[in-house]
Design a protein. Structure first.
Length: 393
């Protein structure tokens, strides 16, 4: 009998050197992220600890401060009498001050910008800054980056690895911190499954039928040597669903996934935070070439979704809710599948927001045939409260 060859050549799960290589990308991303967050905090403390007039009187801080609060402010707004509602429209779409406010959460409030600009043309910058302070604002981006940092720390903890030293950023100009953010974002993007065989492999192990994993990765995946190697790096797999046929067949046909508080769960949390970050950043003029990375991933494997929806509509779902089979339904389509056990009664319930519900009978083998490719690709997501409820892309 010919030896089984894994179908994804870039995945060498049996090779410890491959695991170490996978962690190099995590190490780089963590080091950059930790360094960036430290640098943002350092700049924040410098700018928010003093009256604005003091910062503007300091030769060392004057230019830095002006770029942070008004970098990219349109000249035509300087000679106008502004109110808070006018302020947003006075910044260019790629304004540095806008970047600092929206990304780092550092800047003047709209009210204070209007006051400062209105008065400065008559009394000068230092005088206009009296009584005003740069403030720290809630930032979705910073919240997301801190969520990624927490997930990274959990990854190192469960893998029993030393946390790398943070990269040190020298922030002599406000632009330096903006560039550090871009460099950090690029390092994070390299961890996404579309570009990274290591995280693709980790993702493929979650909520996927064992027969399909054997098909893609061979029986070697479940050997004691590989199980022990994966455990060394914090990978712990558990049975999530089984068909309730017999003990032996349940073991062979089970759907498995990552245990809670294992490396897989924490690394997948990191991936989803990165997806959230790119969704927010896409189209922003002050950060170039950032796309909605989850949409790109879905588009890459849309052929499997096409087939899934073709078969689903052919099974009667189309009569409940007519859907055009194009990319628009893939991203956030939220088709929920409730498995009320096929694992017993062989009944599934399908529903989609704004549509009705249909029940259909599937054998376990039919279920595996229909869902396995999407589960392997991470395009079906299990419900946080129940493994018997899951969502398609």
């Amino acid at each position: 009998m010919a030896e089984c060859t894994p179908r994804i050549r870039e995945v060498r799960y049996w090779d410890e050197a491959w695991w170490e290589e996978g962690f190099k990308g995590i190490d780089e991303a963590y080091s950059r992220l930790r360094g960036l967050l430290d640098a943002v905090k350092e700049v924040e403390l410098k700018l928010t600890g003093s009256d604005l007039s003091q910062l503007l009187r300091s030769q060392q801080m004057r230019d830095f401060t002006m770029k942070v609060i008004l970098g990219g402010f349109r000249q035509e707004c300087v000679n106008k009498t502004l109110n808070a509602d006018d302020v947003k429209g006075c910044f260019n779409s790629n304004a540095l001050a806008r970047f600092y406010r929206e990304v780092f959460g550092i800047g003047l409030s709209n009210d204070d910008i209007a006051k400062f600009v209105n008065v400065a043309q008559y009394v000068g910058l230092e005088k206009a800054g009296e009584g005003l302070r740069i403030v720290s604002m809630r930032s979705y981006v910073m919240d997301t980056l801190n969520g990624i940092l927490t997930s990274f720390i959990n990854v190192y903890k469960v893998a029993g690895r030393q946390v790398p030293n943070p990269m040190r950023y020298n922030v002599d100009k406000p632009e330096d911190l903006a560039q550090a953010f871009i460099d950090t974002t690029n390092a994070l993007l390299k961890l996404l499954p579309l570009y990274n065989p290591f995280t693709f492999f980790i993702q493929s192990l979650d909520f996927t039928p064992k027969p399909y994993l054997r098909l893609m990765y061979c029986d070697k995946l479940f050997s004691s040597d590989v199980t022990n190697l994966m455990a060394k790096y914090g990978i712990r797999l558990t049975t999530l669903l089984k068909p309730s046929i017999s003990k032996e067949l349940d073991e062979e046909l089970a759907i498995i996934g990552h245990e809670e508080n294992s490396l897989g769960r924490h690394l997948l949390a990191t991936v989803w935070h990165i997806y959230e970050l790119t969704y927010w950043l896409k189209g922003k003029d002050y950060v170039k070439n950032i796309d909605d990375e989850f949409r790109k991933y879905v588009e890459k494997y849309s052929i499997y979704l096409d087939e899934f929806y073709r078969r689903l509509t052919g099974s009667g779902f189309e009569g409940v809710c007519s859907m055009m089979l194009d990319i628009n339904i893939y991203y956030g389509s939220n088709i929920n599948i409730y498995g009320r056990s096929i694992f017993g009664r062989d009944v599934f319930s399908f529903s989609r927001r704004g549509c009705g519900e249909i029940r259909m009978s599937l054998s376990y083998s039919e279920f595996l045939e229909l869902f396995s490719p999407l589960m392997f690709l991470g395009l079906i997501f299990r419900h946080p409260l129940s493994n018997e409820i899951f969502t398609v892309g």
